[in-house]
Design a protein. Sequence first.
Length: 142
Amino acid sequence: MRTRRAALGTVAGAVSLALTLSACGETSESSSGSVDGTIGIAMPTRASERWLTDGKSVVKDLESKGYKTKLVYGDDDPKAQVAQVGDLVEQGVDALIIAAIDNKSLNGVLKKAADADIPVISYDRLILGSANVDYYVSFDNE
């Protein structure tokens, strides 16, 4: 469990870096490591260039650190995002990064993630009403 939490801390740092760099329009370069793990990433929409860029940046940064990734977009449909996150949990990802469409609709699926010992990072949009969020990553536009 301690190793998993340490890995999640690394993932949270990578996500934070990717978010910061994508906000600045930059990309990160890193040497490829060998990390055993798959990270599920749930973004809210493909209708905004911002979320497309964030998705690509997070994937690129995590993969440069040796993680496998599974990126999904909810296309502004909270029910679709809940189903996608549920699928990622069933596939046994090692961690979840979620930019929620609706910050309260994910509570049931987050419980399933917690039951499966899958840590959750709330990305940019704080997920409310659930004790099953391990980290919150965002940035200050100033």
